[in-house]
Design a protein around this ligand. Sequence first.
Ligand SMILES: Nc1ncnc2c1ncn2[C@@H]1O[C@H](COP(=O)(O)OP(=O)(O)OP(=O)(O)O)[C@@H](O)[C@H]1O
Length: 258
Amino acid sequence: MALLEAKNLTKRFGGLVANQDVSIGIEKGSITAVIGPNGAGKTTFFNMITGFYEPDEGEILLNGKSIKKLRPDQIASRGITRTFQNIRLFKEMTALENVMVGVHSRLSAGILGILFNSKRVRQEEERTRVEAYQLMEYVGIAHIANEAAGSLPYGLQRRLEIARAMATNPQIILLDEPAAGMNPRETVEMTDFIRRLKKELDLTIILIEHDMKLVMGLSEYIHVLDYGKKIAEGTPEQIRNNPNVIEAYLGKSASDVS
Ligand SMILES: Nc1ncnc2c1ncn2[C@@H]1O[C@H](COP(=O)(O)OP(=O)(O)OP(=O)(O)O)[C@@H](O)[C@H]1O
């Protein structure tokens, strides 16, 4: 059984069908890419999996149980986390504090704890700080712990967002264009880092990415969307040679998939 199963998902915005009958199964411990031209429906798919949009039709199963009607925080607590295409950090807060927010969402002493048990709250605060710092060390960004998130270069902000997502202790992480805006060196580092997440933490990774070199080099399996419909799935080799995929990218840039 697939760890995560999206079955026949459809999402409409007025007359526009952003996802139509999309089915995607994700195996535990795999790296899967969802690709397609601009506006194909990739982020809409992520938004349904993570509870930001409720599908109009279809079903989403995690370990065989429906998560379709759950809120984003409930889905996060079941181990599915994400990053965003447009980085969403608390820009005025330090990098460490941003990661602490992620850890907090898992540990939180609750409002009664805050009112009546300040010692426990203080201990939890300290534990949160230590955990967040360790996570930053793992991600290789501990040196920027005390810098304001908004002042960091783009590549570091992307890594920081991943560190915050990982702080919720996920089993599945959805990365929406992790290499967007990165220079070639940063892209290679990001590729290595994603591989490490899979290998060392046994994370299941689903990514949206326009950088075909990254997609083809990193993914074990690829699903292709075009105008809201899934037009192909397969290994990188199969996708590279799939006439439907080449056709979908033609007119944009045929060389994108080669
Ligand atoms: N909240 C929304 N309201 C109305 N239309 C939306 C909404 N979200 C997405 N859409 C539309 O749905 C379609 C699919 O958008 P989506 O962002 O999922 O595509 P995408 O494949 O992620 O594109 P890109 O690669 O450009 O990020 C687009 O036509 C978009 O304008």
